[in-house]
Write a protein that binds this ligand. Structure first.
Ligand code: SAM
Length: 266
């Protein structure tokens, strides 16, 4: 697939979508601008290191381990053979999952707000010999300009959004996805939830966007109640906890029989 086949909306940290027009709220745009700036500037080198084989601190090693488990969990929610599938890696970071999907045969559209991380992703795909199957873009993962896909993966890219924004994001992704959306949300736990809530009351020195814990019951309830997600249902879930890494995998599945499933389409 050539890099020119899909319009390139480009980064939009100023809070406007340049290549599409999903009905984004002002609050979503504000949040997105903060997240994009943080990952592209403050956190870019840390992410490069965390997602490489370089030696990291013991704490970060547990995060790396947890993230490896999470990647395998999300992949286990999809078929092993992804030939014939077009998959969106929404918030691809340095492209680890995008490359795994391509190695399973998928054509991958990998999108991230951070041009720097996307650049690392391109290097990763080249090193793995799958550059021809992964098209990277810096832009908003919710931009409809990236076109229809058979499945979406969104690993830890929704953890900085609150529940209304998660529903907004899932709705936007669902509108152009034939098959499953597999994604993660930060779990609300009796310890983590209150800690992060208290943290929100204090000024943030490093400007990192807060992780927003969301209880499974609230998430499932909001999905079931959202008219915009009629025809979709929540499926499997699995929580991964390893050292300092905590995240929960979910799948959102189409129940609407009028839309062909990815398998049926291929
Ligand atoms: C915690 S990192 C995870 C990256 C990657 N999915 C992984 O697991 O290695 C979250 C990423 O989501 C991206 N992100 C968050 N909101 C986004 C949006 N609206 N559009 C595109 N990328 C987004 C951030 O820029 C960041 O790189």
């Amino acid at each position: 697939m050539s890099k020119q086949t899909t319009p390139t909306p480009g980064p939009s940290f100023e809070g406007t979508l340049t290549g599409g027009s999903h009905a984004a709220s002002d609050k979503y745009l504000e949040r997105r601008a903060w997240i994009g700036e943080y990952f592209d500037q403050t956190a870019a080198d840390g992410w490069r290191q965390l997602t490489s084989d370089e030696k990291v601190s013991k704490v970060r090693a547990t995060v790396r381990e947890g993230r490896d488990r999470m990647r395998h969990t999300l992949l286990s929610f999809l078929p092993t053979d992804l030939r014939g599938w077009r998959v969106l890696d929404a918030g691809c970071g340095t492209g680890m999952l995008a490359v795994d999907l391509a190695l399973r045969g998928a054509e991958v559209v990998a999108v991230d707000l951070s041009p720097t991380l996307v650049g690392y992703g391109r290097d990763r795909a080249a090193a793995a010999g799958v550059s021809d199957r992964v098209v990277f873009h810096d832009g908003d993962m919710l931009d409809p300009a990236y076109g229809a896909v058979d499945a979406v993966v969104a690993m830890d890219s929704l953890i900085h959004y609150d529940l209304p924004h998660i529903i907004e994001a899932l709705t936007s992704l669902a509108a152009r996805t034939r098959g499953p959306i597999v994604y993660t949300v930060a779990p609300w736990t009796p310890i983590l939830g209150p800690l992060l809530t208290i943290g929100r009351l204090f000024p943030q020195r490093d400007r990192s966007p807060r992780i927003v814990p969301t209880a499974e019951r609230r998430l499932r309830g909001a999905i079931a109640a959202a008219p915009s997600l009629a025809g979709w249902t929540s499926g499997r879930t699995q929580r991964i906890e390893r050292g300092f890494y905590r995240s929960q995998a979910y799948e959102l599945i189409r129940t609407d029989a009028s839309v062909p499933t990815a398998g049926a389409r291929a």
